[in-house]
Design a protein around this ligand. Structure first.
Ligand code: ADP
Ligand code: MG
Length: 439
């Protein structure tokens, strides 16, 4: 609990030293997911791990949970090498992972079964955990009868019931709607501050900056490709924290600024904007959403430049959702992220004023100029006499840089953007790209 003393280095709950992890890709090459990760977690703290999707956060949690082994480096729990799930670590997942055929009570008791706790004791502790997390009265309900927020509460109860030393949470609020997520966050922090949660420390993965500032004592900012800890931020604001407090805002802004710093140009990047080679993961963001954001930033009160948190608030978006969209717009050179602000480029301002057909033309120019995988596909289609090519040809190329899942996601995005721009067509049945009007 909070009053655990001896926070010296000996008492580190978790100690990772120079942990690397790679996975074999379909073609046999290595995908380096984590590189040289050092991390210490002590008693009594809530630590946040903040990073983009695909940066290796879940992999790191799974290493600590003993579910995945590091490729090299050391991972220890209370000084002992982690080799299989250590006693005293429990995990809450993003999706609820409940057994549909078990009641709430049975789902929670399950956490204790594996520990060999006697049945009567199981019941007592499960009821206490259910009560603590605000599910009193729902003991005999089945998961399908519960809202998403309540299901996630069951997930928490199941983790708490074992009285873990360390609770790992993998984006536990990200599948919930905004209000439900906020209620649950606040409930958890209140319990933590009151010292009523039966664990010593929490490690929480999130891609939501505000959530990290709201809940954590320490935030580790994770970089992508490969995942590394790029910086550490201490949050010393007292609980309950207020999102509108100027110090809270300043901290969120400064983390935004760190996360939007121009990266050093890498071989696969174009004039300093990170990762714009063929290997860039493209998240499936619809052209409607892209156009909508460009319009919103062009209009008053922003007139082309907006503070990201203010913009998120105005559009009633979660900050990280906005961040993904802004990144896609930056990639397409219709705007730029800089020091926590989002500003439109000249092309972005022009786009906002054009009619639909003109927008499509401008969009297609930018796709060709700035999205290497799209210009590659178009070039291949132009050159082939049949003006068609199988998706597998490009999927293979993408898989040299990213996992199969991300390659698939990137191709889906390519298809939807190219369709909007009328650059080329894609047939789902035959999985073939083709030129619609070859000339
Ligand atoms: P995050 O949680 O930050 O979104 P993950 O740790 O889930 O990131 O994944 C990081 C990268 O590692 C992704 O490219 C993912 O596809 C890849 N990856 C994760 N687990 C495996 C696995 N078991 N086999 C192959 N690739 C994996
Ligand atoms: Mg993850």
């Amino acid at each position: 609990m909070l009053d655990v003393v001896n926070a010296g280095p000996e008492s580190a709950l978790i100690d990772l030293k120079s942990v690397n992890r790679s996975f074999a890709k379909a073609n046999g090459d290595e995908l380096v997911v984590l590189e040289k990760v050092d991390l210490t977690i002590k008693s009594g703290e809530i630590v946040g791990l903040l990073g983009r999707s695909g940066s290796g956060k879940s992999t790191l949690l799974r290493i600590i949970a003993g579910l995945v082994k590091p490729s090299s480096g050391q991972a220890a729990c209370r000084g002992k090498p982690i080799d299989g799930p250590p006693r005293g670590i429990a995990m809450v997942f993003q999706s609820f992972a409940l057994f549909p055929w078990l009641t709430v009570l049975e789902n929670v008791e399950l956490g204790l079964d594996a520990l060999g706790v006697a049945k009567a004791e199981q019941r007592k502790r499960a009821l206490a955990a259910i009560d603590l997390i605000g599910l009193d009265g729902f003991e005999s309900a089945y998961p399908k009868e519960l809202s998403g927020g309540m299901r996630q509460r069951v997930g928490f109860a199941r983790a708490l019931v074992v009285h873990p030393d360390l609770l790992l949470m993998d984006e536990p609020f990200s599948a919930l709607d905004v209000l439900t997520a906020e209620t649950l966050r606040t409930d958890i922090i209140d319990l933590w501050v009151e010292g009523r949660l039966p664990m010593e420390s929490v490690l929480m993965v999130t891609h939501n900056i505000e959530e990290a500032v709201l809940m954590c004592d320490r935030i580790l900012v994770f970089s992508s490709n490969p995942g590394r800890i790029a910086s550490e931020i201490k949050v010393e604001l007292p609980h309950p924290r207020n999102r509108l407090n100027p110090q809270f805002r300043a901290l969120v802004d400064s983390i935004y600024a760190r996360m939007t710093q121009r990266a050093e140009p890498r071989p696969s990047s174009v004039d300093g904007i990170p990762g714009t080679g063929v290997g860039m993961v493209l998240h499936p963001i619809s052209t409607n959403v892209l156009a909508g954001l460009i319009e919103a930033v062009a209009a008053e009160p922003f007139y082309g430049r907006a503070d990201l948190p203010v913009l998120a608030d105005k559009l009633q978006m979660e900050a990280d959702e906005l961040f993904h969209i802004a990144e896609a717009i930056q990639l397409l050179r219709f705007g730029m992220l800089s020091e926590g602000d989002f500003l439109l480029s000249d092309a972005g301002r022009a786009f906002a004023d054009l009619d639909t057909d003109e927008r499509k033309r401008l969009f297609s120019q930018h796709l060709i100029n700035y999205v290497p995988i799209i210009s590659l596909i178009r070039r291949v289609l132009d050159e082939r006499p049949s003006h068609s090519a199988p998706a597998a040809r490009f999927r293979n190329e993408l898989e040299d840089y990213m996992s199969e899942d991300y390659a698939e996601e990137t191709l889906d995005t390519v298809v939807s953007w190219a369709r909007y721009a009328e650059l080329f067509a894609y047939d789902e049945m035959s999985e073939m790209f083709s030129l619609e009007n070859p000339n």
